[in-house]
Design a protein around this ligand. Structure first.
Ligand code: PLP
Length: 387
């Protein structure tokens, strides 16, 4: 797409691949295979089949009538990724990458997970396609997310706790990359967000772009015109880049990414290299990735996808922050007014829409990407509200 410059894997100055030579060889081969199958009609037919029959696409674009009335401004439409099998957008990418893995002859899938959501999506797709599945997870995270560990095991995955370093996501990534270099002949590394070295950001965008491909067609059918803005939460940036993709070349559509105010990567980040690619990154005084915090586990990451970094610097997209209180209020308001309990991540996008909508009129249209459903967060919110 136009935001990708001539140099493969770069978005302006961001992206690229900063990895050891033995890993570079594996990634170059992956890149070649991805471009080959991306344009292969039989591959795409198979992908469409599973998105329809297994994930349940297309997902609706729901007019939120009561919310629109309550906020008294722009018309609000919700893109319902919460209705996908497994309850979020992550399955779109997991199915896409696993079909690619199958074509490449892999028998074994590895992935890393922080809170467990990507691990669950990967384990689900592996069960479905009868692939061996190994999930690396920081030891600390396996304790905090014991139920998700069990869920992955139920789906047939082997979860390996990583004790090295701080026992967090970054350490799990390092272990997974080490595994890939050792076992690349039969193993595929399934990355969960639009981050990492090339070709991952391009590949994850490709498989998530279905979100805006559908929403564009749907809004044209319903309203006969494009929206004024598309709003999505941004952690690593996969649901947001998928929700933006088909509008990037439509200058009349504002693209708005929403971050937690305690992980404001695009608002306060500076260019740097983490996890093998260049992006805007939050650094502390010592120049190390800053400790971030979010009540939404999926948004707790000090980096961001390279294309978002470029969209920010080039001015094509806007990035804003919301507070935990605003997110909790949005979580409850959407539940009460529309009967939809959103993921805490998605509630970030809702919280910003609540600020923007009243500044516009009923002639304006906002699309809010509901990246996932909130069943996983109900217990956490229960404890926060009881406090
Ligand atoms: C993982 C997750 C996110 C954050 O990841 P992105 O790559 O930024 O999309 C957002 N929403 C939900 C529901 C998630 O599970």
């Amino acid at each position: 797409m136009s935001q990708e410059t001539l140099q493969e894997g770069y978005f302006g100055e961001f992206g690229g691949s900063f990895v050891p030579p033995e890993l570079q060889e594996v990634l170059s081969y992956l890149s070649e295979q991805f471009y080959k199958f991306r344009d292969d009609p039989a591959f795409n037919e198979e992908l469409q089949y599973y998105l329809r029959e297994y994930v349940g696409r297309e997902s609706p674009l729901t007019y939120a009538e009561r919310l629109t009335d309550a906020w008294g401004g722009a018309k609000i439409y919700l893109k319902r990724e919460d209705l996908n099998h497994t309850g979020a957008h992550k399955i779109n990418n997991a199915i896409g990458q696993i079909l690619l893995a199958k074509r490449m002859g892999a028998k074994r899938i590895i992935a890393e997970t922080g809170a467990g959501q990507h691990g669950v999506a990967t384990a689900t797709a592996c069960a479905m396609f009868n692939m061996d599945c190994v999930i690396y997870m920081g030891a600390e995270d396996t304790r905090r997310q014991a139920l998700n560990v069990f869920r992955m095991e139920l789906l047939g995955a082997k979860v390996i706790p990583v004790d090295k370093g701080q026992g967090r996501l970054k350490d799990a990534v390092d272990e997974a990359l080490g595994d890939l270099v050792q076992n690349y002949k039969n193993t595929f590394y399934l990355l969960g967000s639009a981050v990492g070295p090339h070709p991952f950001p391009t590949m994850v965008k490709h498989f998530q772009a279905i979100i805006s491909e559908e929403s564009k067609r749907q809004i044209l059918e319903k309203e006969g015109r494009l929206p004024d803005a598309v709003i999505a939460c941004a952690g690593g940036g996969s649901n947001a880049i998928g929700a933006f993709a088909h509008y990037i070349d439509e200058p009349g559509v504002r693209l708005i990414g929403v971050e937690p105010d305690q992980a404001p990567t695009l608002t306060e980040g500076v260019p740097g290299i983490i996890h093998g690619f260049k992006c805007l990154v939050l650094l502390d005084e010592a120049g190390e990735p800053r400790k971030t915090y979010s009540i939404a586990a999926g948004l707790d990451y000090p980096g961001i996808g390279p294309e978002h970094s470029h969209l920010k610097v080039s001015g094509r997209a806007e990035y804003v922050t919301v507070t935990n209180d605003e997110v909790l209020a949005a979580f409850q308001e959407l539940s009460r007014t529309e009967g939809i309990v959103p993921a805490l991540e998605s509630a970030h996008a809702v919280a910003h829409a609540k600020k923007l909508a009243p500044t516009l009129t009923r002639d304006h249209i906002l699309i809010v990407n509901l990246s996932g459903r909130g069943d996983k967060d109900v217990e956490q919110v229960f404890h926060m509200l009881k406090k």
